[in-house]
Design a protein around this ligand. Structure first.
Ligand code: CA
Length: 139
């Protein structure tokens, strides 16, 4: 799983990178919106975490720009406490879910897992080899 993290607060960014790395994600981290846009357009990701308050290009504009470029990976946004309008704006710009700061890392990880599961669709994990099909979920 490859994940893009766009967060300008250094400590928080490093915590996310460390926690996600420990969970086995391959993490790319960007410190501002422009850098995030570069990564998002240049590489393919399974999921992204985007802070809404970012320098150079704010999170809302970043999400809009990525969606306009048909970058369809799921996006989890980070919003500041008390800024409920940000959640609405983030979702309308094309984000899939949000977490309010300060958050527990476990919540972020759980929401990421849910987004990845959903984006994988409800396709059954079936392996087909010639006339033989193996449903890896039901055996
Ligand atoms: Ca920020």
């Amino acid at each position: 799983m490859r994940i893009l993290v766009v967060e300008d607060e250094k400590n928080l960014r490093e915590q996310l990178v460390a926690a996600l790395g420990k969970k086995g994600y391959s993490v790319d981290a960007a410190a501002d919106g422009q850098e995030g846009l570069y990564y998002g357009n240049e590489f393919s990701y399974d999921v992204a975490i985007i802070d809404l308050g970012l320098p150079k290009l704010n999170g809302i504009d970043l999400i809009r720009a990525l969606r306009a470029e048909k970058r369809n990976f799921p996006i989890l946004v980070l919003t500041a406490r008390g800024h409920w309008q940000d959640k609405v704006a983030g979702l309308e710009a094309g984000a899939d879910d949000y977490v309010v700061k300060p958050f527990e890392m476990e919540e972020v990880l759980a929401r990421l897992n849910a987004l990845i599961r959903r984006s994988a669709g409800h396709a059954r994990p079936v392996l087909e080899i010639g006339p033989i099909a193996i449903d890896t979920a039901s055996q």
